[in-house]
Design a protein around this ligand. Sequence first.
Ligand SMILES: [Zn+2]
Length: 386
Amino acid sequence: MSKPRPCLPAALSVALLLSAALAQQTVTVRVQVRDYADFTRLTLEASAKLETTLSRTGATLDIQVDSPASLRLQTAPVSSRLVRSINWGRRGGRAILTVELKSSTFTYNAFTAGQPFQLMLDFREGEEEAKPPAGEKVSAPPPIARASAPPASGVRTIVLDPGHGGIECGAKGKLGALEKDVTLAIGLKLKAIIERNLSFRVVMTRDKDTEVSLENRAALANNNDALLFISIHANGSYKKSSNGSETFFLSLNALDEEIRRLAYFENTQAELEDRIAAREEEQDVLRMILWDMAQAAHIRQSSRLAELIQAELNALLGTANRGIKQAPFKVLTEVACPAVLVEVAFLSNPDEERRLVSEGFQNNVAQAIYQGLVSYIRLYPPEGGR
Ligand SMILES: [Zn+2]
């Protein structure tokens, strides 16, 4: 029999080492304030997760920041309708950001998002409503009911497009799962996460099992002056072994045969027949026309969005990374904003089919797309106004 190992002292010394390492680490905390059409957003961004505590007195809001690491505190110059100044100070060894507003009548929503860490406060003018008592910790994002509210001026719209619907089932799994059901379930979960955490309006191209034409899906995005368009699909392949996630953006010359096949598959049957009938030179003409299409102006940002979403899918799902790809998806061509199509996993693969129908996996997919979206919005903050 071997001697029992000295578990506790070993664990203790590891813990001490860890906290010492963390204490020596320097975390950069940046704060900026930006006006939007109907609110002002303060974003506190850090290179590691922080504990924050808010307390409000009159026209002042203090944000206490706790972290075992040493903090490098930065602020961007403030020029805002509602916020007069932001200043870092220290009290009892703790870093405190003092936000001074121009008036003591204001309301705010606080939420955390992103990786490594973001605290966002959206200030609005007006009488104070019931707010969290002073000193309450901000941890989970508070629910912001926006589901059926009309868009306030300046609030941008994100369009979510669950693929297929109605008589168009999309891919079918061996165990009976239908793509149209999986995409709708993920779309609704993603909608809820966005509305809970971000000040965007979310419009679905469908929120039930109905048929919507590809033209109408794109038109819905354009009529709402959408900030982003995200189409959600589950993949199908004749090879049972095909697996993994991939995110597409529009390409004007995707030549990869498998991608062309998939693009045909996701477009309508009529579209498929038309395309097959078209001669090579006609396809060249089509390619020329594509350059004039709405999406052509947004391809760079679309590819960035695809990249960020794909990175989160890989990190969160543990599915094989099939990468970001370009394909001539019809639904994307007419969309006049950055647009991507996510093929979450393969319904034609029984293992992935089982995952695709599970609530947990669907939640993870929604969470991954959401994280990609947050990273994208950080890179390309929407302009105020519509
Ligand atoms: Zn599909």
